[in-house]
Design a protein around this ligand. Sequence first.
Ligand code: NAP
Length: 292
Amino acid sequence: MLTGKHVVIMGGDARQLEIIRKLSTLDAKISLIGFEQLDDGFIGVTKRKVDELEWDAVDAILLPISGTDGKGEVETIFSNEKIRLTDEQVKKTPKHCILYSGISNHYLDACVNKTKRKLVKLMERDDVAIYNSIPTAEGTVMMAIQHTDFTIHGANVAVLGLGRVGMSVARTFAVLGAKVKVAARDSHHLARITEMGLIPIHTSSLITELKDVDLCINTIPAPIITANVLAEMPTHCFIIDLASKPGGTDFRYAEKRGMKALLAPGLPGIVAPKTAGKILADVLTKLLDEEK
Ligand code: NAP
């Protein structure tokens, strides 16, 4: 149980509802900031304004998966008001207060450094990233179906990267009957791709290896589908870029060449907010419990 824990949830999307539900069941005290438009009545939950909060009694601050933007602003789908996390707010919290977000940026890193607080980046955890790759792969299938006029079965599909997302995506498209090539740079990844019964390609050979692809799914967070690579790809190829913003595709050149290429961030929150929220809620409650 999390009795006596005061958790502040600042902004977020539908995934936060599962977290609120679980923390409320475990008897935590929850303050919501940026949730004016939320109707659900959760027990032990109070909606607050930033300036009304007793920051000196806060044990944990949960930010959205995106963390903050470069100016500290926090995204929320439940309010029209602008919400900001500031150094001043964090400074007022007790020293043991921990911040949780999906990812970080310069602003958030600087904030926790200046205030000497700990930041837990949930999406950097292998367990969260692997569980999260399941709804991500399903969302990628949804996008492929919505944006193409051919079946996945029998299509030539390239998956770039064999990390946590790349592995799930490659396996999912292979199971659906696609002919899947996977690009990686590390020899043990190339060996694993072969073991999975898929076609290994080296990321340095994309110019020659993507000439026949119908669908290209990028998971590498680096400029990898460059203009030189795009120039050799068939123009009918649909590119789904899953990598975090700004993605790994030269979108300007893809458009110039008449190719359809989409950056597809946050698929778990779009296609399966309940499951994605539950993944986060389970890990978060375990971490909060360990901090007791
Ligand atoms: P990961 O496990 O770190 O995998 C990243 C892969 O990219 C690794 O195989 C890595 O290879 C490769 N890579 C990185 N930089 C490279 C470079 N310069 N050249 C060649 N290969 C490179 O990350 P992940 O958890 O799979 O996530 C992948 C991306 O998807 C991230 O940007 C993440 O934020 C994003 N994501 C998006 C969604 C969505 O809904 N769109 C959902 C979840 C995650 P090495 O091992 O050789 O470095």
